[in-house]
Design a protein around this ligand. Structure first.
Ligand code: SF4
Length: 363
């Protein structure tokens, strides 16, 4: 038995990159029912080939050799409360990415990376500052989910949700991200409403997503609701300013009738002012369905000139938004003790706000 040949210009065939046709090549000469057996073992029971108890032992060894894993575990860290597990993986070629498993009372969510590094250059993000290395393959993204699901099972939990919100900009790698969505939906059996794709605001990507058949949730990392501040925090805003982004979000909602959330990393004195709340509420009101705002207090970053809003300011911002009729949740800053914010572990440095300075409210 040999590994299936990659298709022209295609990524190497790893365990969760192989589609059914490629797995059939690996299983050539076996009875036809083997394909379904192996596929169900991989995607429904999250078994490794050597755990496939309904498959002959020699075949298990052959499958292990023909379908290598794409991710090598470097470290796994678990938060003090035991409800956040962070994996640092090494990819073929040496790049490192991370995956976070978050255990809530009512659900278990995996946050996956979609690129090694990121080209978007957001000023507050360690991943962005480290630059872009390469796109992840479908197999590398799917494997993050399956291996986190295996870990969740050891903790007697079942992964219910996947968010494409780790390192990288998912809509800058949308072919691999969409193939992952299809695999998770069609083979793992996850509902589209439990899958969320985030974007920093790539308008053409949002428009392509609106044409895809499955109505996944869209999360937009907004962080600022006027172009002047957003240009600084999220440089892609210069190419796709807020008016265009809001229109693309509105069209997505009309096409999918799905939940849209705005992510808002709250930065002390930068985007937590009364005027920020008002501008954010105004953008929400322009959408055909109300957006849900997730406030993310930034991880503490000792030694840097700007910092996350202190707790009292977070509560004030939240109640301001609520008074303006906006649905809002303050996300607990999961994994502060294990640096679980995007990009921090792989980049080996804290989130940096070096280019930002507190500014007065425009009131
Ligand atoms: S915040 Fe997201 S989009 Fe921006 S640089 Fe970091 S990983 Fe890329």
């Amino acid at each position: 038995m040999s590994s299936p040949a990659p298709r022209a210009n295609a990524a190497p065939v790893t365990r969760y990159h192989a589609d059914r046709e490629q797995l059939a090549e690996v299983l050539a000469g076996q009875p036809r029912y083997r394909l379904d057996q192996v596929w169900a073992g991989l995607y429904q029971r999250f078994e490794t080939p050597d755990e496939l108890s309904n498959v002959p032992k020699a075949l298990r060894a052959d499958l292990t050799a023909a379908l290598p894993e794409a991710l090598q575990l470097v470290t796994e860290q678990i938060s003090d409360r035991g409800d956040t597990v962070k994996f640092l993986w090494e990819l073929h070629g040496g790049s490192r990415i991370e995956t976070v498993l978050m255990l809530y009372p009512d659900r278990a969510t995996v946050c996956v990376s979609t690129q090694a590094g990121c080209a978007m250059g957001c000023g507050f993000c360690a991943t962005g500052q480290a630059g872009f290395t390469r796109q992840l393959t479908t197999g590398e993204i799917v494997e993050q989910v399956i291996r986190a699901a295996r870990r969740a099972r050891e903790l007697e939990r079942r992964v219910s949700n996947v968010v494409f919100m780790g390192m990288g900009e998912p809509l800058a790698n949308d072919a691999a991200v969409w193939a992952t969505v299809e695999r998770l939906h069609g083979d793992v059996g996850m509902s589209a409403r439990h899958l969320t794709i985030s974007t920093v605001g790539l308008v053409p990507g949002i428009r392509r997503l609106a044409e895809r058949p499955l109505p996944v949730n869209l999360a937009v990392s907004l962080h600022a609701a006027n172009d002047r501040l957003r240009d600084e925090l999220v440089p892609i805003n210069k190419r796709y300013p807020l008016a265009e982004l809001t229109e693309a979000c509105a069209d997505y909602l009309r096409a999918k009738n799905r939940r849209l959330s705005f992510e808002w990393a709250l930065i002390d004195g930068v985007n937590d002012r009364p005027s920020d709340a008002r501008e954010l509420a105004a953008i929400s009101r322009r959408l055909p369905l109300p957006a849900h705002v997730n406030i993310i207090p930034l991880n503490p970053t000792p030694g840097w000139p700007t910092r996350g809003t202190p707790r009292a300011g977070v509560e004030e911002f939240r109640s301001r938004l609520e008074d303006l009729g906006v649905n809002v949740t303050v996300r607990r800053n999961r994994g502060t003790d294990i640096d679980a914010a995007c990009g921090q572990l792989a980049a080996g440095q804290p989130v940096v706000l070096s280019t930002l300075r507190a500014r007065p409210d425009t009131d």
